[in-house]
Design a protein around this ligand. Structure first.
Ligand SMILES: O=C(CO)COP(=O)(O)O
Length: 222
């Protein structure tokens, strides 16, 4: 049984940039090592290489464009983030939405660079559609709960259960994450009991005075 995944998205928060990103990566590396739970961090693109050079933990890009290396000014390519130390990428986060064709192109680009893929979705229908593209994970995050501190595990457990069923109905064994307002070990326990393989979160860790303490609580009921 693979370890559940706790994926901390630093977004574009000032608290999650530069030394703030390093502080969170250090905490994730420490708590991951002591607990045996896989804790990954998705920093800003500019922080991938500095974190990869200093810490030993899985790093995810927050987005990649569905293009290969070449004349693509301003794009974020799979090759760039892989070279900077990423081993995976979010795709279609609610704050960086893509078209269906764009999602497919980004998944294909990620595969060409051996990046693990997490397609973010907002309901059962988009979760089923994402599962058809066979990413490594789909991540169900109701946009209305993102950043509110109201945990999807408690506020809407039904969407988690229905999304797990929708994903695995299309692609048996599809691994599912859930996110929005996740901040405690209880939220994680409920998410796992509802059939997910882990959680995707941001503000509960990025805005915490003590990120390591929050991460220890997150893994405490696994
Ligand atoms: O968007 C999210 C993770 O990618 C969820 O954000 P919050 O954890 O801040 O609700």
């Amino acid at each position: 049984m693979a370890s559940p995944l706790i994926l901390v998205n630093l977004k574009a928060y000032l608290e999650g940039m530069g030394e703030g990103a390093a502080r969170i990566a250090a905490a994730a590396e420490e708590v991951g090592a002591e607990s045996g739970v896989t804790i990954a961090v998705a920093p800003a693109p500019t922080d991938l290489q500095p974190l990869s050079a200093r810490f030993n933990l899985p790093l995810y890009a927050q987005h990649i464009d569905g293009v290969s290396a070449g004349a693509h000014t301003g794009h974020v390519t799979a090759e760039q983030v892989r070279a900077a130390g990423a081993t995976g990428t979010l795709i279609n986060h609610s704050e960086r939405r893509l078209t269906l064709a764009g999602i497919e192109a980004s998944v294909a680009a990620a595969r060409r660079s051996d990046l693990r893929t997490v397609i973010c979705t907002n309901n059962e229908a988009t979760t089923a559609a994402a599962a058809a593209l066979a990413p490594d994970y789909v991540a169900i995050e109701p946009p209305e709960l993102i950043g509110t501190g109201v945990s999807v595990s408690k506020a809407d457990p039904g969407i988690i259960e229905r999304s797990v069923a929708a994903a695995q109905g299309v692609n048996p064994g599809m691994r599912v994450l859930t996110g929005a307002g996740i901040s405690t070990g209880e939220c994680v326990r409920i998410a796992l009991e509802l059939g997910t393989d882990g959680v995707l979160l941001a503000s509960g860790v990025v805005k915490a005075k003590d990120p390591a303490a929050v991460l220890r609580d997150l893994v405490s009921q696994i």
